[in-house]
Design a binder for this molecule. Structure first.
Ligand SMILES: [Zn+2]
Length: 515
């Protein structure tokens, strides 16, 4: 190449090389924050460097500059891209990309829009979503089996495992103290181990192997009877393990979950300041009534709550976890579930507790995300109501969460004074709420990967107004980058919901509600 033609070539290359490192993208793989990726803007399209994209999928990228080919290998299969082309091939399948593969500064780039597309998801076995608002790329294995949920009943524990259409399974005894369920070609979300510890089932574990998924259930003692059955709508495998003396077939079927009231009624209701009437003593002899859980996703509408460093709105996370928690409890089916809001709407604090009181709810769970000016603060905590906060930080937090009162045009002091009167009428519940808080704290700590800051007490307005055993869960810190990434992950949100549900079940069992 002559010097002149070299110069010409260099000039041609230079403008194209001006790829703009657009912004950092948070990456969450199977619920765990991974190191962030740099995204690049080429034209109007957002790209990831092919090498980084490959590593996100646990795969590998080979880039051949001379032939202009880019090979992406994921789970032993290879997709071939051609530079500047919007066509790709894998085996005898061809794909059309929303934007062509690009090379800049001798690095290859793949458009994010292709990575999150359905055809790529089907090929790779991974679901990917990109949230432009929070600049978060979330990648999860496409599952065909799971999640597993454990339900403890009197004398029986049920493990339910969701099955995709076509998924097959085989359940066999493993010695006298365990059941092994093998799922050929099954894909689970990830390895998992949960201590059920209810006196019947000790624990269960889910494991991904190369050509199958496996669910192992360990009994609390040897020789327990068990039975596996397939149920439909949605398709799932249930394994029932019976406590000593329990026999298959003697249980009453779990009642269907029904809503007692439309959930998103936002009509203002006055706060009742009268003492709840004591139930007549004869009620003891009657069939126990179904218990009611009110789930309260904090904030909403014009009140976003805390806002994360990447722009995550607390109100959005709270609602997502609330809907998941409602789903888990309704699957359990032994308590009624009502939400204080099911959409992005503003609901005054007093309406939330009034709703619980109108329904004579037994349990009230308010879901929130924490935030702190110190960005190193992280973890979750569970609060129950008290007249005096357990520490100055708890008091400060309660003041922040009570700030929504200002959006209602109320002076917090007036309302709080009124609430003291109400709080004194429910001394019994004040005493019981800390117990519920501890159960919920243990439930979350067992399941979700997040630091445990403990069960505490503080004067949250929304809790004071309720007659139910009431807790407020601060799920993690939106002001902490890793916590914020977790709060954006579906898997983490599900784990928190399952933890709270387990805490509610433990509390209900302790109260004898589920007998
Ligand atoms: Zn909040």
């Amino acid at each position: 190449m002559s010097f002149l033609s070299f110069l010409t070539a260099a000039c041609l290359v230079l403008p194209a090389a001006s790829v703009r490192a657009a912004e950092e993208v948070a990456v969450i793989v199977s619920g765990k924050p991974s190191s962030p990726a740099t995204s690049f803007k080429i034209g109007s399209e957002l790209y990831l460097e092919a090498k980084r994209a490959g590593s996100i999928y646990g795969g590998q990228v080979y880039w051949y500059p001379v032939s202009g080919r880019v090979l992406l290998t994921v789970r032993g299969r290879t997709m071939q891209f051609v530079v500047d082309s919007d066509k790709a091939a894998a085996g005898n399948q061809t794909f059309t990309l929303p934007a062509p593969v690009r090379v800049r500064a001798s690095r290859a780039f793949l458009p994010i829009s292709f990575l999150i597309s359905e055809p790529f998801g089907r090929w790779s076995g991974y679901d990917a979503r990109y949230d432009a608002g929070t600049r978060t790329l979330e990648v999860e294995r496409r599952t065909t089996v799971g999640p597993v949920r454990a339900f403890s009943y009197k004398g029986r524990t049920r493990l339910a495992l969701s099955l995709a259409p076509g998924a097959s399974y085989q359940a066999v005894a493993h010695g006298v103290g365990a059941v092994e369920v093998s799922l050929p070609y099954g894909v689970v979300e990830g390895d998992d181990r949960v201590d059920v510890d209810d006196g019947i089932v000790d624990s269960y574990a889910v494991k991904q192997e190369s050509s199958r998924a496996r669910l192992s259930i360990r009994f609390a003692e040897k020789g327990l009877r068990w039975r596996a059955a397939e149920l439909s709508d949605p398709r799932r495998l249930v394994v029932d393990v019976y406590g000593p003396g329990g026999e298959p077939g003697d249980e009453t079927p779990a009642p269907r979950a029904v809503e007692t009231k439309p959930a998103s009624s936002t009509a203002p209701a006055p706060v009742s300041v009268t003492a709840p009437t004591a139930p007549p003593a004869v009620a003891q002899a009657q069939k126990p009534r179904r218990r009611i859980v009110v789930i309260d996703p904090g904030h909403g509408g014009k009140d976003p709550g805390a806002i994360g460093t990447r722009g995550t709105y607390e109100k959005t996370v709270n609602l997502a976890v609330a809907l998941e928690l409602a789903k888990v409890l309704r699957e359990r089916g032994d308590m009624d579930v009502v939400l204080t809001r099911e959409d992005d709407v503003f609901v005054p604090l007093s309406d939330r507790s009034a709703k619980a009181n109108d329904l004579e709810a037994d349990i009230f769970v308010s879901l929130h995300c924490n935030a702190h000016r110190n960005r190193r603060e992280n973890g979750f905590e569970v609060y129950s109501v008290s007249e005096t906060a357990s520490d100055p930080a708890a008091e400060e937090l309660a003041a922040a969460e009570n700030a929504a009162l200002k959006l209602e045009g109320k002076r917090p002091e007036d309302e709080l004074a009124k609430q003291v009167l109400l709080a004194m009428t429910k001394t019994e519940m004040v005493n019981e709420s800390p117990q519920l808080a501890v159960f919920a704290e243990r439930g979350i700590a067992k399941r979700a990967e997040v630091d445990d800051r403990g069960a505490k007490q503080a004067g949250f307005y929304v809790l004071r107004g309720t007659h139910a055993a009431a807790i407020l869960v601060e799920m993690a810190f939106l002001s902490h980058p890793k916590d914020e990434a977790k709060l954006g992950s579906r898997r983490f949100r599900r784990k928190v919901a399952e933890g709270v549900a387990a805490g509610i079940a433990d509390y209900a069992r302790k109260k004898g509600w589920l007998d």
